[in-house]
Ligand binder design. Structure first.
Ligand SMILES: O=C([O-])CC(=O)C(=O)O
Ligand SMILES: [Mg+2]
Length: 536
């Protein structure tokens, strides 16, 4: 059937485009429709020229009312638009006004996505010119809510869906994507979307959102970006019981079936786009993320944003803080609450940086870093039952259960939360941190003794009449620039040194003004005034 389809496509294009076949006049079977039967389908052909009505519906080229008189003549647009000409600047002003009028973040998100589907250039102009205001709309946190409701929001599909149904045909699926010169792919299997868990096929919002930032922040052409969702089912009962769910209604495939589909995808990508296409793994669950990265890190240009992108951004925050505090990263002791992709990824990059700076072997610098998971401090007596990626962090210590006790035992100078569980940094925990750090006198004479940064945007905090602006330690500071660098340099593998360099470069962007407001990321100090406290 597959080969028949292909033949028909070729048949229709070669035979019917032959000028001789048109000389007879009359009603011709231009698209081979007369030859179609129920079993022998004919691909519906549309011959499109980017002009007239088609142009207005082509988001890549449409300018709406911004088409000039000359363009309206040249592109057969007369009469298809009302007479007014509205410049892109004015269109932008109008859209921003409309978006600001919406109360709900999801309404703003939908308005932005509709714009992207209508007029891509205007979408990016608006996003780039107002990136701080619109980032929380097209990205974290609103994109999470959008994924939860994805099925009901979208009128048109975005990105490429590769499900178990396409097993054996993944290369053909890639060829269906209309744009050929792809440079960056963001792929998810939807199993761990942000902190929201398994959203199955509805995770598509994440690759779409991340790639919008590749363009807005990294300058990569939209046509070079390909969002992909691999659908192997979902274990989310609510979605499985939802009659409007857009994905495969089955439990997640695991083991061989899962890895075969992923492998076919990875091979097809290389076959179709070559070795220099960048693949960003996004929001895979722990149990697959580490394995996929280890497996494909040596054969493809690939990185995992949640492990490595997050690690690089957090390291940048630490390097910035050190500029103010003085001293060396190796002077510090770290405690993580959460030992998943972010926790172990950040820990490893810190250990690498410590080793690089102090020339102490990596095995030794790891010992300055402690991680906790839901069962307590990761210690050597737990080693046999630990997942592989946690094992390097199992140091000699007696078991410790709670965070407060761990702070008392480890006496960290840096506390990092990478768990999905909220409200764990209690007053007691923070007081214990302050107590031990004052003893260590690592911050003598500093007014703002503590730095705080959060992954999602966090509203400013007023304390004793002064306003502090929490930095946003989000991988969005890393992946668009890292990706641009990888693509521009023609790299074929991602190395840890690149992540360290990205962290240093980001840290170099932090100014005195940021420091003076308690932020150790180059967060805008102005836009956060518009943040509602709910996203904290
Ligand atoms: O998307 C974000 O805001 C950060 C991220 O990668 C995640 O939470 O998985
Ligand atoms: Mg992520």
């Amino acid at each position: 059937m597959e080969s028949t389809l292909k033949e028909m496509r070729v048949g229709a294009s070669v035979l019917d485009m032959d000028p001789k076949s048109t000389v007879g006049g009359g009603v011709e079977d231009v698209y081979g429709e007369d030859r179609a039967t129920e079993d022998l389908l004919v691909t519906p052909w549309t011959i499109s020229v980017a002009s007239g009505y088609t142009l207005l519906r082509d988001p890549q080229h449409n300018k709406g009312l911004a088409f000039t008189e000359k363009e309206r003549d040249a592109h057969y647009l007369r009469g298809l638009l009302p007479p007014a000409i509205i410049s892109q600047q004015l269109q932008e002003k109008k859209l921003l006004k409309t978006i600001r009028q919406y109360q709900l973040p999801l309404q703003k998100y939908s308005a932005m996505m509709e714009l992207e589907e209508r007029n891509e250039r205007l979408f990016y102009k608006l996003l780039i010119d107002n990136v701080e205001e619109l980032l929380p709309v097209v990205y974290t946190p609103t994109v999470g809510e959008a994924c939860q409701k994805y099925g009901s929001i979208f009128k048109r599909p975005q990105g490429l869906y590769i499900s178990l149904k396409e097993k054996g045909k993944v290369l053909d699926v890639l060829k269906n994507w209309p744009r050929k010169s792809v440079q960056v792919i963001v792929v998810t299997d939807g199993e761990r979307i942000l902190g929201l868990g398994d959203l199955g096929c509805q995770g598509m919002g994440i690759p779409v959102g991340k790639l919008a930032l590749y363009t807005a922040l990294g300058g990569i052409r939209p046509s070079a970006c390909l969002p992909v969702t691999i659908d192997v089912g979902t274990n989310n009962e609510e979605l499985l019981n939802d009659e409007f769910y857009i994905g495969l209604k089955q439990r997640r495939a695991t083991g061989q079936e899962y890895y075969e589909l992923l492998h076919e995808f990875m091979r097809a990508v290389k076959q179709n786009y070559g070795e220099k296409v960048l693949i960003q793994f996004e929001d895979f669950a722990n149990h697959n993320a580490f394995e996929l990265l280890a497996k494909y890190g040596t054969t493809h240009l690939v990185f995992n944003d949640d492990i490595q992108g997050t690690a690089s951004v957090v390291l940048a925050g630490l390097l910035s803080a050190l500029k103010l505090l003085g001293g060396n990263i190796a002077d510090h002791t770290f405690l993580f609450l959460g030992a998943g992709e972010a926790g172990t990824g950040i820990a490893e990059l810190i250990a690498l940086e410590m080793s690089r700076q102090s020339k102490v072997p990596l095995e030794e610098t790891r010992k300055m870093i402690w991680l906790m998971d839901s069962k307590g401090l990761i210690v050597s007596s737990r080693k046999d039952s630990l997942q592989q990626f946690k094992k390097p962090w199992a140091h000699e210590h007696e078991p410790v259960k709670g965070l407060l006790d761990a702070v008392k035992a480890v006496k960290p100078t840096v506390l990092i939360g990478t768990s999905g569980v909220g409200k764990t940094f209690t007053k007691e925990v923070i007081e214990a941190m302050v107590f031990y750090n004052e003893l260590k006198k690592l911050t003598p004479g500093l007014r703002a003794k503590q730095f705080f940064a959060s992954g999602s945007p966090f509203a400013p905090v007023e304390y004793e009449g002064e306003v502090f602006y929490p930095g946003q330690s989000n991988n969005t500071y890393i992946f668009p620039g890292l990706g641009l660098g990888l693509v521009m340099s023609g790299a074929i593998r991602v190395h840890d040194d690149m992540l360290l360099a990205a962290a240093e470069a980001l840290s170099g962007q932090v100014t005195e003004e940021h420091f003076s407001k308690g932020a150790d990321f180059p967060t805008s100090l102005y836009h956060q005034k518009n943040l509602s406290p709910y996203c904290c």
